[in-house]
Design a protein around this ligand. Structure first.
Ligand code: PLP
Length: 428
């Protein structure tokens, strides 16, 4: 890729090469944008500015084509039947698993379990590992920055096992309080549930360091990567995470498909959490034995078209230079943070160094849902509400806020349009 990095307002350079060409130089946002048709539609008579990437990301045409082709031409079930289409579908499915393994930095596809998304991944671990490993008085440390999907499953299993969920508090800028964390760890700690990037504050905690500390106490660590995987490269081996979860739809793939990574020896020791087809070796009324990993944890027919889309999305990401994409997003986040600070009365929640492009804010006494409605009338899509992270907002004494969340295909113009609209809202 030869395009110049040109997010700065003073710079401009036409994109000269396709985003799907191997990338060597700086990140060419216009080339990437051309691959995402939905970015080019209008909403309420205005060009759409999509700043709700934290909720879901758009799909490149490579993904919609892969899903369309599956249903139009290649539909079949997998892992069964001796016919050609079943073999082809199985190949696509397992290649999707290989792509997910590559994305996460493991070579062992047995460690990659397909699930519906991050929520199902956490519930799988809570219901299977949690039920087998938690007992009376055991503690699960959960950061106060977690999405409800990395908190409520722990509350459910803790209640059943008479264990305790203990919050890891936040510092005022949205970082996790590392001194408090060190003090909270003890020999009753069995699991630490940590986000790799907060969906409401943008915080990226020092996961490798926190995992190493947890391991000293013999605790397992589950990392919620829902907001991380689209923003920066991830390596579960470097993190030494015991479990890592993400949702396809937040990394340019379809909804309804996601991944749970688990270390082989831990997954091997976990009982199946659901029973049915695909996950068995042999079945009789006397004795049932289970298939090897990862199928043992994948009962029933999976989301085959979703995996075809996930494979396409991860291959698409593989054609980009992730390092320059991450740098671009970092610069855009810095630009947006500084631009938002010019809006009178705007209070940004979450200012931790190294945060991802999640910009959650309050504007004077404007009601967040009302403000989001005003922006929507101008084609600017942001989210308002509690963002499924009520404890994180509670740490700031609020129950609702507006969130603009960036992806690699957003531009400085998107940010400028948002900021101009906010200035107008203040002046109105
Ligand atoms: N974790 C985080 C940090 C999220 O942002 C989300 C979704 O917004 C989830 C988990 C849940 O993801 P899903 O609804 O795809 O299971």
């Amino acid at each position: 890729m030869t395009g110049t990095r040109y997010w700065l307002p003073t710079q401009s350079a036409p994109a000269t090469s396709s985003a799907s060409a191997p990338s060597s130089g700086a990140f060419d946002v216009e080339a990437v944008r051309r691959d995402f048709p939905q970015l080019h539609r209008e909403v309420n008579g205005h060009p759409l500015i999509w700043l709700d990437n934290g909720a879901t990301t758009f799909k490149p045409r490579q993904v919609t084509e892969a899903v369309g082709e599956h249903y139009a031409r290649d539909a079949s079930n997998v892992h069964r039947g001796a016919h050609t289409l079943a073999k082809q579908a199985t190949q696509v499915y397992e290649e999707g698993r290989e792509e997910a393994a590559k994305l996460l930095g493991t070579r062992d596809t047995g460690e990659v379990v397909f699930v519906r998304g991050t929520t199902e991944a956490v519930n799988l671990v809570a219901q299977s590992w949690g039920r087998a490993n938690l007992g009376v008085g055991d503690e699960i440390l959960v950061s106060a920055a977690e999405h409800h999907s990395n908190l409520v499953p722990w509350q459910l299993i803790a209640k059943e096992r008479r264990a305790r969920v203990v919050p890891i508090p936040l510092l005022p800028d949205g970082q996790l309080d590392q001194d408090a964390y060190r003090d909270l760890l003890n020999n009753k700690t069995k699991l630490v549930a940590l986000t790799h990037a907060s969906n409401v504050l943008g915080t990226v905690p020092p996961v490798a360091q926190m995992t190493a500390l947890a391991h000293r106490w013999g605790a397992r660590v589950l990392v919620d990567g829902a907001q991380a995987v689209s923003h920066f490269p991830v390596d579960v081996t470097e993190l030494d995470a015991d479990f890592y979860a993400f949702s396809g739809h937040k990394v340019f793939a379809p909804t309804g498909i996601g991944v749970l990574f688990g270390k082989r020896e831990i997954l091997e020791a976990m009982p199946p959490w659901q029973g049915g087809g695909n996950m068995i070796d042999s079945v009789s009324f006397e004795k049932t034995s289970y298939a090897p990993l990862p199928h043992r944890l994948e009962a029933g027919t999976g989301h085959i078209a979703g995996v075809a889309g996930l494979r396409a999305a991860l291959r698409y990401l593989g054609t980009l230079n992730r390092k320059t994409a991450t740098e671009y997003e970092e610069q855009l986040t810095a630009y947006a943070t500084s631009a938002l600070s010019t809006v009178p009365g705007l209070r940004l929640l979450g200012t931790a160094p190294g945060k991802i492009g999640v910009l959650t804010f309050l504007l004077a006494d404007a009601e967040p849902t009302h403000l989001a409605g005003l922006l929507d009338q101008q084609g600017i899509a942001v989210r308002a509400g509690h963002h499924c992270a009520q404890p994180a907002l509670a740490a700031y004494g609020v129950t609702s806020a507006v969130r603009a969340s960036l992806a690699m295909y957003n531009t400085v113009e998107d940010v400028d349009t948002l900021v101009a609209a906010l200035h107008e809202a203040v002046d109105a």
